[in-house]
Design a protein around this ligand. Sequence first.
Ligand SMILES: CC(C)(COP(=O)(O)OP(=O)(O)OC[C@H]1O[C@@H](n2cnc3c(N)ncnc32)[C@H](O)[C@@H]1OP(=O)(O)O)[C@@H](O)C(=O)NCCC(=O)NCCS
Length: 363
Amino acid sequence: MMSKNKGLAGVVAGQTAICAVTQTHELRYRGYAISDLCENASFEEVAYLLIHGALPNQKQLDEFIKRLITYQTLPNSLKIVLEQIPKTAHPMDVLRTACSMLGTLEMENSTNNGDIIAERLLAIFPSMLLYWYKRIDTQTGEARIGDHFLKLLHGKVDAKASHLFNISMILYAEHEFNVSTFTARAVASTLADFYSCITAAIGALGGPLHGGANEAAMKLIQTFKNPLDAEQGIKKMLTAKELIMGFGHRVYTESDPRSEIMKKQVALLAVSPEQKNLFSIAEMIEKIMWDEKHLFPNVDFYSALAYHFCDIPTKLFTPLFVISRVTGWSAHIIEQRSDNRIIRPAAEYIGPEPKAFIAIDKR
Ligand SMILES: CC(C)(COP(=O)(O)OP(=O)(O)OC[C@H]1O[C@@H](n2cnc3c(N)ncnc32)[C@H](O)[C@@H]1OP(=O)(O)O)[C@@H](O)C(=O)NCCC(=O)NCCS
């Protein structure tokens, strides 16, 4: 019976060779532990691993990066569309719209296939976002996706931010059957085109229970003046049965391995008194959530603070998740297509008993 699995909790909905959460709560991409990847790999190597199935050798990586640099360019008609989107729009809606528009300009066909579109989207998402945000030339020539974003936003690439971005983008890249990835796979299962899958996934990611949690977590942390204020405020919210954004997870029960890596990075970035205060507030929220609810921070909680410390405007946090997760989405679309059967579950009917139709003048 369905009622036991509300939200499909615990339901194994398919197979994948892309990503695994192990029994000991370790996260692995195609067999490689994320801790190992964060320490030793660039995000571009991980992107290649996800999209193309194996880590690249130096020649493959160089060629991949060369392609990404060319793919940074925005078509003119896409620029015109971006110029029409109001400044008040949410950047996630901008990316969703721009992705859909690109699908009309560079349609998927036998030569422009999934692998090429995956790379194109990876390189062009920062350009789309920052062109809308700042109306600037989007060809930076930066070899790294994170640096491309930072250069467009700040006009320069700060070494600490570049390092942080590399790690956070690796951590955000993939997470098996999360909602946006499952959405992408469901759309792919109908044999829809690549852009439709990604556009749908962006829509799913934006919700505050999914990727939108990093933006919501930052706003929450900033509402408190100091750790004591946070302690009182969070307890009040919990009493009122409010959700604390950036906490809890469907798959993890004791901790999120990504959060542990991210927290270490945030601690290194917190140097000014204001940053140290925000970090102490975050740690207090973490303590209260554990003591009161046995809940732990997920990847979004400390990522939010990390981006804030790199001077990233809060509303660009979830789009950064898109820029990274497009690699995982793409891998899953390719995998779904390689052994497809339409994803169409059944529903348990709980509506009214059969009724006779009533003519409109008798209602
Ligand atoms: C991630 C999330 C959607 C998982 O949902 P889920 O698996 O359905 O979790 P449940 O709703 O079954 O949670 C179990 C209990 O913990 C509570 N809980 C879970 N996350 C909570 C949170 N962030 N704040 C307060 N309580 C929370 C639930 O209210 C529920 O309590 P109850 O048993 O008294 O009803 C959920 O934890 C959440 O909404 N978190 C906040 C949003 C977020 O950070 N999302 C990013 C995920 S990476």
